[in-house]
Design a protein. Structure first.
Length: 138
């Protein structure tokens, strides 16, 4: 199996400033080179959603795709991502057990609903710098 097919893929809102900052945050802490990234608006992002039966028109959430396995959305995606980062970030998994998923997702949805108002929105998807280009799939 091609090594790239073993990477976990984070689909994110490429127009959202909060989401773009979150991607940079993950890249900086992805010491084991676990993740690759694609915007939800990209052709590959749309195909990956469609392949999993997720309606792209109904999804503005972060989606974590584990090749050959499951996919995660909203708060569970955030927990799974944090669990793969360096430092103390894996300890965030405790919220999976302390807070019911419905409550976590309500909080996640509240932030997602207000993210453009609070953090702003780009006119076009983020263009990775040359040194980060290898982290993005097309």
């Amino acid at each position: 199996m091609d090594k790239e097919n073993t990477k976990k893929i984070i689909l994110f809102d490429g127009l959202c400033n909060l989401c773009n900052n979150a991607v940079r945050f993950v890249i900086k802490r992805d010491r084991k080179d676990v993740f690759r990234f694609a915007s939800l608006q990209s052709e590959i992002g749309q195909k990956m959603l469609s392949d999993r039966g997720i309606d792209p028109r109904d999804t503005d959430s972060i989606v974590l795709v584990e090749p050959g396995q499951a996919y995660y959305t909203r708060s569970q995606a955030a927990i799974e991502i944090a669990s793969n980062l360096g430092g103390l970030w894996p300890s965030i998994r405790v919220f999976q057990y302390l807070l019911p998923s419905g409550l976590r997702d309500r909080l996640y949805n509240f932030v997602a609903k207000n993210r453009y108002k609070w953090y702003g929105k780009k006119e076009q998807c983020m263009i990775p710098t040359p040194e980060l280009k290898a982290k993005f799939i097309e």
